[in-house]
Write a protein that binds this ligand. Structure first.
Ligand code: SF4
Length: 402
């Protein structure tokens, strides 16, 4: 705890209570002589475990509200820290990463609420401990361009795009409130990675917290394929970019807005039904059922059910979503390899790829040959404008919660 006269904002224990994701938290636990074993089993920590379970469950249900637990607001800094560590350990031991990733979103959002009103010195200190170099000046904060791009890439709001920022001498200047939003992303990334646990600890956690893990698995279901609406889809014939988007969500990783929009529009045109499209997003770390349904409806219902056009290859390439060179992280050889069809000069659209491979695209009467205009190119039908008047909504309608 803070010594007499120590500035509260930078007191390590108080900071750890407000920002339990900071590396210092481990040292504080060590100072309290608390081990993973005692946190899991000692009756003295049942209160911390109960609060940790509540944090994990609420995050799984409503990632945007996890900071709203009444018990959390009135808990001591030590209890908040212990419950956080307990939740992180249990979620890191879960068989699938979905609940951990959703909790990372929730905790990052909660940290943002605190950081957005923190004194500048505290903001700077938290950033430093997170490994993000933020310079603070009166009423402003600055980051290096590369750091800014790394943190801002998944943020939905258009005002975070680099083109709209004040950039000088390799640094981006933002308001302290926006710096807090960028740090939220740094927190989410750091918490989304499982805490390293020894195999015997993983087994012990799974054994002791069986009920909690079962409840989390129910609240964060894995993406599923529904037979009736899925029957006509030839998933193995989807283009590499679409398969990569699906893998990203199935692993519980974040997919950019442009990717989310493209996937929904593509699946719709490939004939997937509404529920199948919604299911594709269940692995997203910020999945929200009602928001996803609303956005899928928005993408698919347009133009009397024809839906928005998925973006062309050039557009996907400009968003870093084309993987025609292969995906080194893929689990099978085929997806790791370069795809020759994607290098054909006539290939301009993911739906064109799908048709050439034998898939059926909604609203098309025949399977055109390679030289035919690509599906969605505008040459074969009237083109529908995409949200925000662009091929895809970089800050727009991709299904997501944030
Ligand atoms: S070339 Fe087109 S279809 Fe192939 S991976 Fe790239 S964006 Fe997708």
């Amino acid at each position: 705890m803070a010594g007499p006269g120590a500035p509260l904002a930078l007191d390590p224990a108080a900071l750890a209570g407000r920002y339990p994701f900071l590396p210092d938290a481990d040292a504080i636990l060590g100072g309290l002589a608390i081990t993973v074993g005692s946190l899991l089993e000692d009756p003295a920590y049942e209160g911390a475990r109960a609060l940790g379970r509540a944090r994990a469950l609420l995050a799984a249900e409503r990632p945007r509200d996890a900071g709203g637990l009444q018990e959390l607001a009135t808990a001591s800094p030590e209890l908040r820290l212990l419950s956080f560590v307990f939740a992180r350990i249990v979620l890191s031991a879960a068989p699938t990463p979905g609940a951990l990733r959703r909790w990372a979103v929730a905790e990052a959002k909660a940290s943002h609420r605190t950081l957005a009103v923190a004194p500048p010195a505290e903001l700077e200190e938290v950033a430093r401990r997170l490994g993000v170099e933020v310079g603070i000046a009166p009423g402003a904060a600055s980051l290096g361009v590369a750091e800014y791009v790394r943190l801002a890439a998944p943020i939905r709001e258009a005002e975070f795009r680099l083109a709209r920022q004040e950039v000088a001498h390799g640094r981006v200047t933002v308001s302290p409130v926006r710096a807090a939003r960028l740090l939220q992303e740094a927190v989410r990334r750091s918490l989304a990675a499982p805490f390293p646990l020894r195999p015997e600890v993983v087994e012990r956690v799974r054994d002791r917290e069986r009920e909690l893990l079962a409840e989390l698995a129910e609240r964060v279901p894995l993406p599923v394929a529904r037979a009736p609406g899925d029957a006509g889809l030839l998933r193995e014939r989807f283009p590499p970019c679409i398969r990569k988007m699906q893998r990203t969500l199935e692993r519980g990783e974040n997919l950019s807005h442009a990717g989310r929009f493209c996937l929904a529009a593509f699946l719709h045109r490939a004939g997937a039904d509404f529920e199948t499209i919604v299911d594709a997003y269940r692995g997203a770390p910020d999945f929200d059922e009602s928001v996803t349904r609303y956005q899928v409806e928005h993408i698919t219902a347009r133009d009397e059910g024809r839906g928005y056009e998925p973006p062309e290859c050039d557009t996907l390439r400009s968003h870093g979503l084309c993987v025609r060179d292969g995906d080194p992280d893929a689990g099978n050889d085929r997806d790791r390899r370069r795809d020759p069809l994607c290098y054909e000069p006539f290939l301009r659209h993911p739906l064109q790829y799908y048709r050439i491979r034998g898939g059926t695209v909604a609203g098309e009467e025949r399977s055109p040959g390679p030289g035919d205009p690509p599906a969605g190119s505008g040459a074969s039908r009237r083109r529908r404008p995409a949200p925000e008047g662009r091929d895809q909504p970089a800050g727009g309608a991709g299904p997501r919660a944030r």
